[in-house]
Design a protein around this ligand. Structure first.
Ligand code: C2E
Ligand code: MG
Length: 566
């Protein structure tokens, strides 16, 4: 297809020849003739020409000089020589220099054809470049934020590292984990989460320069390689800058968002001699920041490597823990505040590890979740706990309830309902005495889906509690749609009753809310008489906590039950 409205720059033609070309060539919008190097240069700067046509017979200058000027301008414009010259050597040497074609002056038809061909070729070349640029962008840049992807960041920070290694300088590697984005994605439209990431990324980008590189590793993780730090103070200052930039409120669609973050920091060369090692160590450091205050950073130490190695060892041995009968259940009494009776227990898993001794869930439940073993572990817990409850029922404590914890992974499993039904049938456990603790954060991940799963669970007849209630971000409008029975006040709120008036206000509100929605309330973590008195005065229904008993083995629960009876 021929292009219309061609803009042709002719070089070194007489007035007469120019007008002839203008009249003989069709599809021309503009034909400008220039006759010296300075004019060629300014014409090239003036606009993008479709073709340059050079008169090789001009005595005023050399076509090849004009061509070289075009090359210097870096523009992709086909350069065609138009000449009376028919000597093969001259033609071949011009083509060797890179000009696109050579046309005899007596052949205007061939000239038109060559122009058309070259214009088409340029279009093809431009399209190919556009595609290549796009492929390059997709391969090396993050689509959402425009930040370099890990592969480009890795290449660039490795060469920066090689540079600074020559002068024995330091560098800081910062792995930044932004929290709450996942949570925001669960509640709002995913586009809000995207906008949040974009805003954080553009804030962090203000720290970037040729010595300080930034990448986005995944949804909520960013990494900096900063070759401008010189000593421990500047390493810390940079971390403070990151925190300061990220945590100020972010406004999206008139909603105010606050993010929290943790940073794992490694220093070159002490903590790693190359970028891959610095990244691994920063990642291991980040795993340990979950126990830190929010918005803080943690420095890599050799100890962290040991902790990670231990984690790995635990993870490995967890595969055999169920088979090798190393798991056991302890039970924490649940007390009715009005009567003081022990009305139920919560089953809490422990791992008697052959090397590390008795481990609490915080040491291995996260690993079980990571490996997917939580599903097998929970099946074991459910069956074991129901069997145990039946033994107590048969010993005369017929109305004793059993609570078990359901993790996010199980909650999402289609098989959960069938599995619970199976265990209830197999053990003879009355469904109304089985209570399932499901954390508030789990239910809010996909609130609409949660309502459906909860409805199916309710159909079996089991009771459902929202665990760790009051610290998360429940949307009140959803709460009333959840077919649940119990709100379990998180133990951090119970703990703060005495020192923090906000906590007691929140508890007051929770109990009021529960009453209006016809839910019962269970307070977790009662340790003192004051906490007990406060909750009793508010007519909280049930409670659990060290004031009554820590989680204990089954035999001790039986003793407690018998003691209470007598
Ligand atoms: P949770 O369901 O909130 O369980 C209550 C935790 O609070 C237990 O910790 C219990 O020992 C502790 N606790 C109870 N009363 C007090 C108190 O007065 N003061 C203090 N400081 N703590 C108290 P534990 O046994 O370490 O369990 C921690 C978490 O591990 C549980 O929190 C639950 O989320 C999870 N977990 C335990 N067993 C299982 C299980 O079998 N399956 C699943 N999926 N998760 C489990
Ligand atoms: Mg619980």
């Amino acid at each position: 297809m021929s292009k219309s409205n061609l803009k042709i720059l002719t070089v070194g033609f007489s007035e007469e020849e120019s007008s002839l070309l203008r009249s003989e060539l069709v599809n021309i919008q503009l034909l400008k003739n220039v006759c010296n190097m300075a004019d060629i240069e300014s014409a090239l700067n003036e606009r993008d020409w479709d073709v340059m046509l050079s008169n090789h017979d001009s005595l005023l200058f050399n076509s090849i000089d004009a061509f070289n000027l075009l090359i210097e301008s870096n523009k992709d414009i086909p350069f065609i020589i138009y000449s009376n010259e028919s000597d093969d050597d001259t033609i071949i040497s011009a083509l060797h220099c890179g000009v696109n074609d050579y046309v005899q002056k007596d052949s205007i038809l061939r000239l038109a054809h060559v122009i058309e061909k070259e214009v088409r070729n340029v279009e093809v070349r431009r399209e190919r470049n556009r595609t290549q640029n796009q492929i390059f962008r997709l391969a090396y840049y993050d689509e959402l934020t425009g930040l370099p992807k890990w592969n480009l960041f890795f290449e660039e920070s490795s060469s920066l590292l090689a540079e600074i290694a020559k002068s024995n300088a330091n560098a800081g590697f910062y792995l930044v984990n932004v929290e709450r984005i996942t949570h925001v994605n669960g509640i709002y439209d995913p586009s809000i989460g995207d906008l949040l990431i974009k805003q954080i990324s553009s804030r962090l980008s203000t720290l970037v320069n040729h010595n300080c590189l930034l990448t986005r590793i995944n949804d909520c993780q960013f990494a900096f390689f900063n070759a401008e730090v010189t000593d421990s103070e500047s390493v810390q200052n940079f971390a403070n800058q990151i925190i300061k930039l990220a945590i100020s409120p972010i406004l999206i669609n008139k909603l105010e968002f606050y993010v929290t973050l943790n940073i794992g920091v490694c220093v070159y060369p002490a903590d790693g001699k190359d970028v891959a090692k610095l990244f691994t160590n920063a990642e291991n450091t980040l795993l340990n920041t979950q126990y830190l205050w929010k918005n803080s950073c943690m420095y890599y130490t050799k100890e962290i490597s040991k902790t990670v190695a231990r984690r790995l060892e635990l993870k490995e041995s967890l595969f055999y823990a169920i088979e090798d009968k190393e798991l056991l259940l302890h039970y924490q009494p649940i007390v009715d505040l009005e009567s003081g009776n022990l009305t139920g227990v919560e089953a809490l898993v422990r791992w008697h590890h052959p090397k590390f001794g008795m481990l609490l869930p915080e040491k291995f439940i996260p690993l079980a979740k990571e490996t997917g073993l939580i599903v097998d572990l929970s099946k074991w817990v459910l069956k074991q706990a129901c069997k145990q409850a039946r033994m107590w029922h048969e010993a005369g404590f017929k109305s004793l309830s059993m609570t078990i914890n359901i993790s996010a992974i199980e909650f999402d499993q289609a098989k959960l309902i069938g599995h619970i039904e199976g265990v209830l049938a197999e053990t003879g456990m009355p469904p109304e005495l089985l209570e399932l603790d499901i954390a508030e954060s789990v239910l809010m991940q996909d609130a609409e889906m949660s309502v459906k799963i909860l409805q199916s669970l309710k159909e079996i007849g089991v009771r459902i509690a929202i665990d760790d209630f009051g610290i998360g971000y429940s949307s009140m409008s959803y709460l009333k749609h959840f077919p649940i029975d119990i709100l379990k006040i998180d133990r951090s709120l119970t703990h703060d009753i005495i020192f923090d008036s906000n906590s007691s206000e929140i508890i007051l509100a929770i109990i009021g809310l529960a009453r209006s929605l016809n839910y019962s309330v269970l307070a977790e973590g009662i340790e003192t008489k004051e906490q007990f008195d406060f909750l009793y005065s508010l007519k909280c229904n049930r409670a659990q906590g060290y004031l009554f008993s820590k989680p204990i083995p089954a035999e001790e629960i039986l003793l407690l039950l018998e003691h209470r009876n007598s």
